[in-house]
Write a new protein. Structure first.
Length: 409
């Protein structure tokens, strides 16, 4: 009952502190590598069967720690040592913690929010908006020995932004000069306006509050139930994408089977750069927060691959190709685990994370920014300082890449 209650209010969050090391064979370094005689199940009409409710959470960071260089996997000993040192957290894009003592977590959050941020005006609010109840999931994700979700480029790091993307970023900063983050409703993000939550591929990644995805299949379509309020319907007819003039918040997807792998290509995204909340970092997904797209949307092409490796694991691999934003395409790999609660019959559906238009927080944010202009601009200044630092880091990253690649893509 507790699981169903938590799901019904949109809480499927961070796992407990003592999570176990999943048996990942050293030889194959991936789930399913030792199941030599295992054959993927088929649907009644003969397609590979991916159906079920899947847990997408992971301890694997998106980008690789420099200490691992080009190594895709760590040893069991290294994984155990990192756990002992507390170097493992659930990847979510937020500052969630892994732990069972929720009271202690709240005490730390509130203490941090009462301390001024060094070098920035005002007090730190981020991280204390929600109490630890929101990260009180009774289960924990499995642990992969992968050192990063990104597997290409080989260094496991996101490639640099292009000069065109940096100019767009700089123009956005200039246009925001003298504005708060709540001068009007267009200063707030798409999720606050109940339009779209994280978008793609962000919403497919392991999130601590909404980690489950349900896959349902028919002979001509694959549906992925997304807990943030919509269902992806992916036709398998092999037809072309809609015309380039038609743009959708979650793009236009087309799927096909290649052996046991479902390949989904999505294009025709809307441009959401201007709809990123200013306080959430740069406009291209460069900060810890998941943004609507890792790119402009206009030239973004997302290719996803779903492969069932064993009875309890799907390998989810996606490639982001946006030539206006990144100097080269990049690819990630994560593993989805069959949700244990669902497999035991304790949960048979996902509950909608509902958003509605009676969002009084929106009106209050705008009202507060107009009544207390100084505080609103102070808050904008502290976030501008973060983005300025982030932008400079992106410039330096591009400069190093150009020196190594002589400016070629």
């Amino acid at each position: 009952m507790r699981r169903l209650f938590l799901a019904s209010i949109g809480v499927l969050a961070v796992g407990i502190a003592v999570a176990w090391l999943a048996p990942v064979p050293i030889a194959g370094q991936a789930p399913g590598a030792d199941l030599k005689n295992w054959k993927p199940p088929l649907t009644p009409w003969g397609a590979p069967d991916l159906q079920g409710i899947w847990d997408t959470r992971t301890f694997t960071p998106v980008e690789r720690a420099p200490v691992f260089g080009t190594r895709e996997f760590m040893t069991q000993q290294e994984a155990a040592e990192r756990e002992r040192l507390g170097l493992r957290t659930v990847v979510s894009g937020d500052e969630d913690e892994v732990g069972t003592n929720l009271t202690a977590q709240d005490a730390r959050r509130y203490a941090n929010s009462d301390q001024p941020d060094n070098g920035r005006p005002g007090y730190r609010i981020a991280g204390a908006e929600y109490n630890a109840f929101w990260s009180a999931d009774p289960t924990g994700p499995k642990v992969s020995l992968r050192t990063s979700q990104i597997v290409d480029p080989p260094d496991g790091r996101m490639p640099p932004l292009t000069r065109e993307a940096l100019k767009t970023w700089e123009a956005n900063e200039e246009a925001r000069r003298g504005r708060s983050q709540a001068d009007d409703w267009e200063d707030r993000g798409l999720s606050e306006r109940c339009i779209v939550r994280n978008g793609l591929p962000g919403e497919m990644r392991g999130d601590t509050q909404q980690p489950l995805k349900e896959i349902v299949q028919t002979p001509g379509q694959v549906a992925i139930v997304m807990p943030y309020g919509y269902v992806r319907i992916i036709p398998l007819s092999g037809g072309p994408h809609v015309g380039s003039a038609i743009r959708q918040w979650n793009g236009d997807s087309r799927g096909r089977w290649e052996g046991n792998t479902l390949i989904v290509e999505t294009t025709n995204f809307k441009n959401t750069v201007k709809n990123v909340v200013p306080g959430h970092g740069g406009p291209f997904g460069g900060s810890d927060h998941v943004h609507y797209y890792l790119g402009t949307g206009e030239t973004l092409r997302l290719v996803e691959r779903f492969t069932r490796l064993d009875p309890e694991t799907i390998e989810y691999r996606y490639t982001v190709d946006d030539p206006k934003v990144f100097v080269r395409p990049w690819t990630t790999v994560v593993y989805w685990s069959l949700d244990s609660w669902s497999a035991k019959g304790k949960q048979d559906r996902l509950f909608e994370y509902a958003c509605h238009e009676h969002n009084y927080g929106m009106a209050n944010a705008i009202r507060g920014a107009r009544v207390d202009r100084k505080s609103a601009l102070d808050e904008a200044d502290r976030e501008t300082a973060l983005r300025t630092k982030e932008l400079q880091e992106k410039r330096e990253q591009l400069k190093k890449w150009e020196e190594s690649n002589k400016g070629g893509r």
